[in-house]
Design a protein around this ligand. Structure first.
Ligand SMILES: Nc1ncnc2c1ncn2[C@@H]1O[C@H](COP(=O)(O)OP(=O)(O)O)[C@@H](O)[C@H]1O
Ligand SMILES: CC(=O)N[C@@H](CCC(=O)OP(=O)(O)O)C(=O)O
Length: 289
């Protein structure tokens, strides 16, 4: 394909997406290489300059795990959610708000746009409540597990994000929520991104992770297009497991509540965000109703 053909293929998409809101979740596994993260940020800034309203939500799971291990703590997960005691919550806040959020805001500035970092307590953005006990099966016996300071989002007040978008800023959101008494809660970043996309009435939700998309049972191929009922069946059949569960539950909720499509894309491959958005074939998995 000639270089001008690439641009001509993108043009109708650029026109269609102008003025639309896109929520991009950058997973911790898509931030391991700083050079790749910089490419993702360059893409996000480009989207902002072609007239899209860009909101970033970031994770940081691998870095929280690393810090926990360095402090002699063993990380434990239930259905992709981290069991969070008081010390783990403090580590998560330090890593997510103190380090990663700040780093992304600086990277955006280096790429020539303006960003503002937020977490769930800013403008009551993510109001949550402590998550109920989770049921897990060990052998034939069902156990109830308390996840600790893990939040389930009750309400999103997107006004602070709207204000920033109107003023041309890129909001960068860390997945820490607050409960109604002002206590912080650790929230899965995929869930936070999906709830935010829904509350903003976003056009698209993007999930940048470390696999090319949603894969089949033996991980030999990816699905480029999936419908809600197909994903439901894949979760039930155990084809979708671990960290992919909150990702897809979030995408399903967003798409079921009016977000036109949700995309799972490999964030570790250069400019995949642009390729998924602006080419006919795309590169990852697109989920729609
Ligand atoms: N059906 C599936 N297709 C692709 N990946 C899957 C699937 N089920 C589970 N996974 C796992 O989900 C992981 C992505 O989730 P996670 O580790 O939480 O990433 P992130 O930090 O980007 O949020 C993949 O690396 C993969 O191991
Ligand atoms: C409750 C819960 O699991 N919170 C997550 C928050 C960060 C996150 O979701 O990061 P990724 O997107 O990189 O996985 C955690 O502690 O790992």
């Amino acid at each position: 394909m000639k270089r001008e053909d690439v641009l001509m293929e993108a043009l109708p998409y650029i026109q269609k997406f102008h003025g639309k809101t896109i929520v991009i979740k950058i997973g911790g596994h898509a931030m391991v290489d700083p050079n790749i993260l910089e490419t993702v940020i360059q893409d996000a800034v480009l989207l902002r300059y072609v007239g899209m309203k860009v909101v970033l939500v970031h994770g940081g799971g691998p870095e929280i795990t690393e810090k926990m291990k360095a402090m002699g703590k063993e990380p434990k997960f239930v259905a992709g959610l981290r069991i969070t005691d008081q010390e783990t919550l403090e580590i998560a806040q330090m890593v997510l708000v103190g380090k990663i959020n700040d780093g992304i805001v600086s990277l955006i500035a280096n790429c020539g746009a303006r960003a503002v970092g937020l977490s769930g307590n800013d403008g009551n953005l993510l109001i949550a409540r402590k998550m109920d006990l989770q049921k897990i099966k060990i052998g034939d016996v069902e156990h109830e597990v308390d996840l600790g300071h893990v939040g389930e989002i009750e309400e999103v007040d997107p006004r602070v994000v709207h204000c920033l978008l109107e003023q041309g800023y890129i909001p960068v959101v860390a997945p820490i929520g607050i409960d109604r008494s002002g206590k912080s809660l650790n929230i899965n970043a995929d869930t936070a991104a999906a709830e935010l996309a829904t509350a903003l009435g976003a056009f698209k939700l993007f999930n940048l992770t470390d696999v090319d998309g949603v894969m089949n049972a033996d991980r030999s191929r990816i699905y480029h297009r999936l419908k809600l009922h197909e994903v439901e069946a894949m979760i039930e059949d155990g084809i979708i497991v671990g960290g992919m569960i909150p990702k897809l539950l979030g995408c399903m909720k967003a798409v079921g509540s009016g977000v036109t499509s949700a995309h799972i894309v490999n964030g570790n491959k250069g400019h995949n965000l642009l390729l998924e958005l602006f080419t006919d074939e795309g590169v990852g998995t697109m989920l729609s109703v």
